[in-house]
Ligand binder design. Sequence first.
Ligand code: SME
Length: 166
Amino acid sequence: MFTIDTDTNLPKNDLYPALNKQLAALLAGETDLICNFAQFSAFIMQTVEQVNWVGFYFAKQNELVLGPYMGKVACTRIPFGRGVCGAAAASMQAQRVADVHAFDGHIACDSASASELVLPIVVDGDLIGVLDIDSPIKNRFDEVDQVGFEQLLTTLIQGTEFDWSL
Ligand code: SME
């Protein structure tokens, strides 16, 4: 059994480096994409406060298709350019939205979601998909959270083989 012993009450400047270390230990020795992405989702849900949905969409022919996640059931396909996830995919830029209800085209998968952070997953210049993190409180994610999640995502990408097929 893998025990997560990070103090989740650490100030966020200390929390993300501690989580990153623990994530690297959790993923060590395993490179399978579905396995690692599923573990990542559960790890975040278990360690980051005020998150109601975390998971992945994979880029397939100008659409995002739902991948491993933790949270309520979600929409399965999102065209590039639609909603927060679609905006991140189309622009290949992070989207940090303080109030999703004020975001034009936001797709409400869980009505509890109030703010959202979406990071594109780019490997060797190609868009693989996006990481989506939703919070039930407005303005949940700041620059420290974004940089922290970018580092966690880097650890995930570095520990995963992307020449996969289903
Ligand atoms: N709210 C997202 C859709 C995905 S769910 O939140 C899981 C969006 O607007 O892209």
